[in-house]
Design a binder for this molecule. Structure first.
Ligand code: GRG
Length: 301
């Protein structure tokens, strides 16, 4: 694939369309019992979102010469887990948000109990796909590796742990080291897993190249969250599709609040350069990942 800027947006659209169809096929129909739960799952997953994590996995797969069909189920698992985290994060017990992806949050469109169950069921479905999706072309050893990578990324030493630190820290001023640690767990862990699950689908991958991918994924994960903090300050609710300025209102410690906007933008730039340098051993083969990095850093929502 050419990563020329003028063709890449079209590739992103193709990947998003592919994911929309792949996710729709893998979720129970809204006619199937319990209909309300299945309708709420489909409402939460389909028809919105940038699909960043699946796209990172698909771009990694392309870099490694793997077919998209081979890894599509793993890409779906990442998005299902991500949507679970959004649905739970929006609940009144957590961030208490009314708007997500430009629409009422799951608990507003349905109810809180249903939103809890949607998150639970999406997480289960994600692991079910890794265990037995008929299109996942992976050996049992690779499947176990994928399950382990995803489980570690979203548990108490990953996303859920980062969320716990975030909630505990509301109203407190964290230093930058602590904020980076929280971001690295809350958001970074799943972004890293998106790349490393792609790598795991290529079991013959040279250890040096696997380390290069890890060296790309970690700074991209952190840059993505700092960018999110910046968008919360600089963006508007209509463009973001979620409530702007919400970090400040909740008394959250964020990069821009501690370092200011210009220094935060510089940090994003430096992290991005660091990520791109890590891809050097791949030569032009890694152009899909370079293009995804550029897209993520230029995003407006
Ligand atoms: C509830 C266990 C649990 C964890 C929640 C990830 C998370 C932890 C909460 C989501 C809320 C949030 C703002 C997290 C920061 C990560 C982030 C930038 C999420 C939004 O991801 P995008 O921009 O969203 O990829 P779309 O809608 O495009 O998929």
């Amino acid at each position: 694939m050419s990563a020329a800027p003028e063709v890449f947006p079209a590739q992103l659209d193709l990947w998003r369309e592919r994911m929309e169809a792949a996710l729709a096929r893998r979720m129970p129909s809204a006619e199937r019992l319990p209909q309300r739960l299945h309708a709420a799952m489909r409402y939460s997953v389909l028809g919105g979102g940038k699909r960043v994590r699946p796209i990172l996995l698909l771009a990694t797969a392309r870099t490694l010469g793997l077919a998209e069909e081979q890894v599509e189920a793993a890409a779906c698992a990442l998005e299902l887990v991500h949507v679970y985290s959004l649905v739970h994060d929006d609940l009144p017990a957590m961030d208490d948000d009314d708007l997500r992806r430009g629409r009422p949050t799951c608990h507003k469109a349905y109810d809180e109990a249903t939103a809890l169950l949607v998150g639970d069921a999406l997480q289960s479905l994600a692991f079910e796909l890794l265990a037995r999706d008929p299109h996942l072309a992976a050996s049992p050893a690779v499947q176990v590796r994928l399950v382990g990578l995803l489980a570690e990324a979203i548990g108490s030493v990953g996303m859920a742990g980062g969320q716990a630190i975030d909630l505990q820290s509301e109203g407190q001023q964290l230093d930058i080291g602590r904020i980076e640690q929280m971001h690295s767990l809350k958001t970074g862990a799943l972004i890293r897993a998106s790349v490393m699950m792609g790598a795991a689908c290529a079991p013959q991958l040279d250890a040096r190249l696997e380390r290069a991918l890890a060296g790309f994924a970690a700074p991209i994960g952190l840059a993505f969250q700092i960018q999110d903090d910046l968008l919360d300050v600089l963006g508007d609710t209509a463009t973001l599709g979620k409530t702007a300025q919400s970090d400040h209102e909740r008394g959250k410690s964020t990069y821009p609040a501690i370092l200011g906007i210009a220094a935060s933008q510089e940090r994003v730039q430096r992290l991005s350069e660091q990520a791109l340098e890590s891809l050097a051993p791949f030569g032009t083969e890694a152009d899909p990942l370079r293009a995804v990095a550029d897209w993520l850093l230029a995003r407006r929502n």
